[in-house]
Write a protein that binds this ligand. Sequence first.
Ligand SMILES: *Cc1c(COP(=O)(O)O)cnc(C)c1O
Length: 224
Amino acid sequence: MSTPDTIAANLARIRERIAEACARANRPAGSVTLVAVSKTHPAEAVAAALAAGQAVFGENRVQEAAAKFPPLRPAHPELRLHIIGALQTNKARDAVRIADVIESLDRPRLATALAEAMAKEGRRPRLLVQVNTGDEPQKAGIPRAGAEDFLRACREEHGLEISGLMCIPPVDQDPVPHFRWLAELAARHSLPVLSMGMSADFEAAITCGATHVRVGSAIFGARG
Ligand SMILES: *Cc1c(COP(=O)(O)O)cnc(C)c1O
């Protein structure tokens, strides 16, 4: 694992780059939230980031997140956990129990499962709809063409309040058209949260209006 000093230095540098990108885009410095993606990295790495002032984390897998995060909560009331990975319906209840934000709502069956889980748990994490902006067959996310109908169904049929949108553009393409497309969809639906941009492209995402950037390897190092 990266040392606590390395993690703190990486975080400081990413925060600087976010502030610079905000300045270039004429956006207020605090308008972008850094989600530190700690998947595959041990709880010690998360503790090092918390000690360096980082409060918001992203994890792909509910089981991994459930092992790492609840023990840290009592000492860190500021901690916020985002589930950002493909979510199976049978993990919906665990996700609702531990997450503050679920970024990967992408199909009607999951909307049903999350609505049921929220009723049972009496807990309502914020929800983002993940859009498969590249319409890639292997990738999670609602296809582009289905996004508007799905947003409507989430609200009207499932009674879910949707806070925003998330996307992961294809690795082999310029991400900017994908970021722009997602930003326009969010604007049309008055959705305030736009989660887009990772280690390689978060500055471009900020230019396109990202409110949340999900940065992993540039903070915690390469994943094993
Ligand atoms: C792993 C992951 C990230 C972080 O990717 P890096 O390239 O390591 O910054 C962001 N978003 C999602 C959905 C991920 O799965």
